[in-house]
Design a protein around this ligand. Structure first.
Ligand code: KG4
Ligand code: ZN
Length: 340
């Protein structure tokens, strides 16, 4: 088989990342420069700072990805780059770098959807996984239940009506004084807490069995904290974190298992930053085992933003004949399955 090497670039939020992927599923290098420390003092990602840091880091990160793969630009079959969704200024840095390399070398350019990347992260370590399957994508900006019909072919069957799951983690973490980024901190603190200590709501969206809503849960946590303060009662941070996390996990598991049963593929995957949550993984392992569903998940490093996942998605796009021109632009609200 002809060897296909993809150089992948990702800069949609606060990670500057580049990777080299061989034949779609073998990661030769995966370099991630995380800006988290820079944004922590502001309690969240500051778009201007993110863009500026991407510009500083992008060439270095791409150079390192090639060096670690033991390859040069001349060896690359194509360059894949995230062109949406995400922060426009941040996306533009990766898109411009990829276009410049493509223009200078003649290597074909393939634009990739960020969420398609997250889903495709499952193909890296699960060599036997093939579509069709149902995938839950839970990140800082997205909560989608997706039917992966084929490579690059998706049907969104459920979405959040308000906050994304990761956003809820980040907001609740801030409210209980854990700081940014909230997800990993709540995950850690919850291990010391009792998930049954406080009953927070599990929202359902009337008439839409697979949709999510997390803003009511966030308000319930804020109300609980206020009422403790008014009554002068101490707040057990670990119990609040664990009870909140349990509520999110219960809803995600319940909706997902219903969807897998309905669609009948017997295969289920998770993706996105929140997919690295240990309680979520544990709950899915159990629920899938009970329902004879094969459960797939990427390692944590492939759950949060990285370029290897973009290289995998880019490989399948390349194989489909998808190519972009030098007019490729950042599309901050690009829809899954849409190609511009
Ligand atoms: O996929 P990602 O890196 O970026 C987006 O595309 O949004 O996801 C980041 C989100 C953040 O909201 C972060 O708090 C959450 O994923 N996250 C977690 C965990 N690790 C990251 N949420 C819960 N538990 C975790 N262990
Ligand atoms: Zn992401």
């Amino acid at each position: 088989m002809e060897e296909i090497l993809i150089l992948a670039v990702e800069s949609s939020c606060d990670e500057t990342a580049a990777a080299v992927v061989r034949n779609g599923r073998e990661v030769l290098s995966n370099v991630i420069y995380s800006q988290i420390a820079l944004h922590t003092e502001f309690g969240g990602v500051v778009p201007e700072i993110a863009s500026r840091k991407h510009i500083e880091k992008i060439n270095q990160v791409i150079g390192q990805a090639l060096a670690e793969a033991g390859a040069g630009l001349k060896d690359m079959t194509a360059i894949a780059v995230t062109y949406g969704p995400g922060l426009v200024g941040a996306l533009l840095v990766g898109v411009s770098a990829a276009k410049a390399i493509s223009f200078a070398t003649g290597i074909p350019l393939v634009g990739v959807h960020h969420i398609e990347g997250h889903i495709s992260a499952n193909f890296i370590e699960n060599k036997e996984l093939e579509p069709p399957f149902v995938c839950l994508v839970v990140s800082g900006g997205h909560s989608h239940l997706v039917v992966v019909k084929d490579y690059g072919e998706y049907e969104i069957i459920g979405r959040t009506r308000d906050d994304a799951a990761g956003e809820a983690f980040d907001k609740v973490a801030r409210a209980i004084g854990l700081g940014y980024p909230g997800g990993p901190k709540i995950d850690r603190v919850s291990k010391e807490g009792n998930p049954e200590a406080i009953h927070f709501p599990r929202a359902r969206v009337a008439g839409s069995p697979y949709d999510f809503s997390f803003s009511g849960l966030k308000s319930a946590v804020l109300n609980y904290l206020n009422s403790c303060e008014m009554k002068g009662e101490p707040v057990n941070t670990a119990d609040v974190a664990a009870s909140f996390q349990k509520s999110v996990v219960d809803v995600l598991v319940e909706h997902s298992i219903e969807a897998v049963k309905e669609y009948g593929y017997g295969k289920f995957a998770i993706a996105g930053g929140v997919a690295s949550n240990s309680a979520l993984r544990g709950a899915f392992e159990q629920a899938c085992a009970e329902n004879q569903i094969a459960f797939y998940h990427p390692s944590p490093v492939f759950c949060t933003d990285n370029a290897a996942m973009i290289g995998v998605a880019g490989y399948y796009e390349y194989r489909k004949g998808i190519r972009h021109g030098y007019d490729l632009n950042a599309v901050p609200n690009l829809k899954l399955g849409e190609r511009i």
